[in-house]
Design a protein around this ligand. Structure first.
Ligand SMILES: [Zn+2]
Length: 122
């Protein structure tokens, strides 16, 4: 049950548009008309899972290539080092993306929590 945080009296009803007949995360208060986008728990969970799994796998690959890059530098095989270093850089970019996904999931959880427990947060 999602409670309106504006008037704290009405319930947030899903607003269904013709574009998305199956599912919507857009809600409107039946009491005061306050509208908000409240992500579903399924979306939040999938964001957390993809962030953790993708981030973990990327971190693992990044460590492998960082190790390769360091040993390639010792062997003075500069082209191998460049390739491995580039892969590490790519992994860092991907990690940032997965970190952002986790950040978004945390924001969505906070938004959802506010509507489920309107008394606990102002
Ligand atoms: Zn309201």
């Amino acid at each position: 049950m999602l409670v309106c945080i504006n008037c704290k009296q009405g319930l947030m009803d899903p607003v269904r548009s013709e574009d998305e007949p199956e599912y919507t995360d857009h809600y409107q208060c039946g009491h005061c008309g306050h509208s908000a986008t409240i992500p579903s728990l399924l979306i939040i969970i999938s964001q957390i899972l993809s962030g953790l799994l993708g981030g973990g796998l990327t971190l693992y690959l990044m460590l492998i290539h960082a190790d390769n890059a360091l040993s390639a530098r010792e062997d003075e095989a500069s082209s191998t080092f460049m390739i491995e270093a580039a892969l590490v850089g790519l992994a860092v970019l991907l990690l940032a993306g997965f970190a952002y996904t986790l950040y978004r999931a945390a924001c969505n959880l906070i938004i959802r929590h506010r509507y489920r427990h309107p008394g606990t947060a102002s």
